[in-house]
Design a protein around this ligand. Structure first.
Ligand SMILES: N=c1c2ncn([C@@H]3O[C@H](COP(=O)(O)OP(=O)(O)OP(=O)(O)O)[C@@H](O)[C@H]3O)c2ncn1[C@@H]1O[C@H](COP(=O)(O)O)[C@@H](O)[C@H]1O
Length: 109
């Protein structure tokens, strides 16, 4: 938990690491991690599509639920590829130095 008691993505990252070390018989996370990147990556794609559909259909409950699925499966994929959530946050922080439109323009140059 964060200092103010709220559940964070860092908490979920720690759960994924902990449960991933369990037997695939008792943990969905361990089952996902056991087979390499293909299965969790496929699930991530499926959940992302379901989130997109929920957004387009303006289904709030579904969008909250599918977003949770996306974030969980993304953390599993990052775990398989040995990438810490902090690495992603560092990249997001680096991007705060310029606007998205500026970055887009710099890529075209
Ligand atoms: N946040 C999640 C989480 N979100 C989604 N899921 C699972 O992701 C799957 C979503 O896939 P679908 O909706 O397509 O359901 P499905 O058809 O059963 O999935 P598949 O059989 O195709 O994989 C479901 O089985 C969900 O239970 C999650 N499984 C685990 N967690 C977290 O991980 C913790 C540890 O879980 P275990 O590893 O199972 O102990 C849990 O306490 C949670 O905190």
């Amino acid at each position: 938990m964060s200092g103010d008691g709220r559940f964070t993505l860092e908490d979920l990252e720690a759960i994924v690491a902990r449960r991933g070390a369990e037997s695939p018989d008792v943990s969905y996370t361990a089952r996902l991690l056991a087979g390499g990147v293909s299965r969790p990556a496929k699930k991530l794609g499926e959940e992302a599509v379901e989130a997109v559909i929920a957004a387009v259909e303006d289904d709030r409950d579904a969008l909250v639920s599918e977003s949770a699925d996306v974030l969980y499966h993304l953390l599993v994929v990052l775990r398989v590829r040995n990438i810490a959530l902090q690495d992603v946050l560092n990249e997001l922080e680096r991007r705060t130095a310029q606007s998205g439109l500026e970055e887009k323009a710099s890529r075209k140059a």
